[in-house]
Design a protein around this ligand. Structure first.
Ligand SMILES: CC(C)(COP(=O)(O)OP(=O)(O)OC[C@H]1O[C@@H](n2cnc3c(N)ncnc32)[C@H](O)[C@@H]1OP(=O)(O)O)[C@@H](O)C(=O)NCCC(=O)NCCS
Length: 181
C-alpha cells in the first residue's frame, strides 16, 4: 500500500535508505552505499509539509519511501528508496506515481529528478518509467543548483543526469480507470 508518511513512520526510513544503498557496492560505488541516510528531523520537514510517502507491507510498516519538493515550476523527486528485500514489486514506480498525483492535483507540469546515468536501477529504470533527460538549455535555476550541490557532495564522480516526466503522461488513461499494468 502507498500512503502519506506519518511521524510514526519516520524512524523506519533511515534503515530503508541504508538497505537500498547496499546494491551500489556491487557496481563499485561504495561511497554511495556509505552515504549517511537523512536524519529523522530532516525527514520530518518533508512529512510535515505533506511531501513524504511510504510503501507499506502487510503490517503497515514502511518498506519503501519517497520524498518530494517543489522546485521552480516543477515537483522534484528528491528520494525514492525501496528495501531490496521487497524490490521488483513496482513499489518504486507506485511511489513515483503517488508523487505525480500530488503534482497533478496542484497543476505542476513536470516531475524532475537527478540520478546516475549508468546504474541499471537509476536512469535506465526512470527512462522505462517515462522520464527523459532535461536538455542543457532547459535546466532551471533550481535544477542547476541541485546538480551543483550534488557535485560538491562528490556525486559527480560518476556520470549523472537530470531527468523529467510530464505530469499526467504516466497516469492511467483508460476510460474505465483500470491501470494499464
Ligand atoms: C530504484 C528503486 C527505488 C526501485 O524500487 P522497486 O520497488 O524495486 O522498483 P520497481 O519494482 O518499480 O522496478 C524495479 C526495476 O529496477 C530494476 N532493478 C532493481 N534492482 C536492480 C539491480 N540491482 N540491478 C539491475 N536492475 C535492478 C529492475 O530490473 C526493475 O526494472 P523493470 O521492472 O523496469 O524492468 C530501488 O531499486 C531502490 O531503492 N534503489 C536504491 C535507491 C535508488 O537508487 N534510488 C533512486 C535514485 S535516488
Amino acid at each position: 500500500m502507498i500512503r502519506s508518511a506519518t511521524a510514526a513512520d519516520l524512524p523506519h526510513l533511515p534503515a530503508i535508505e541504508v538497505a537500498a544503498g547496499r546494491p551500489f557496492r556491487a557496481v563499485g560505488m561504495d561511497a554511495i552505499a556509505d552515504d549517511a541516510p537523512p536524519s529523522v528531523s530532516e525527514l520530518a520537514e518533508y512529512q510535515r509539509a505533506g511531501r513524504a510517502w511510504v510503501a507499506t507491507g502487510d503490517d503497515d510498516t514502511p518498506i519503501g519511501y519517497a520524498l518530494a519538493l517543489v522546485l521552480d515550476d516543477s515537483v522534484h523527486v528528491e528520494q525514492v528508496s525501496v528495501d531490496p528485500a521487497h524490490a521488483g514489486q513496482r513499489l518504486g514506480a507506485a511511489l513515483i506515481d503517488e508523487i505525480e498525483s500530488w503534482a497533478a492535483e496542484r497543476s505542476f507540469p513536470w516531475l524532475t529528478l537527478t540520478t546516475f546515468t549508468d546504474v541499471p536501477w537509476n536512469a535506465p529504470y526512470y527512462e522505462r518509467l517515462g522520464f527523459r533527460v532535461v536538455p542543457a538549455d532547459e535546466m532551471t535555476p533550481g535544477l542547476t543548483a541541485i546538480r551543483e550541490r550534488e557535485g560538491a557532495h562528490g556525486l559527480d564522480s560518476w556520470p549523472r543526469v537530470t531527468m523529467r516526466r510530464i505530469v499526467g503522461s504516466a497516469l492511467p488513461t483508460q476510460p474505465n480507470g483500470r491501470d494499464t499494468d
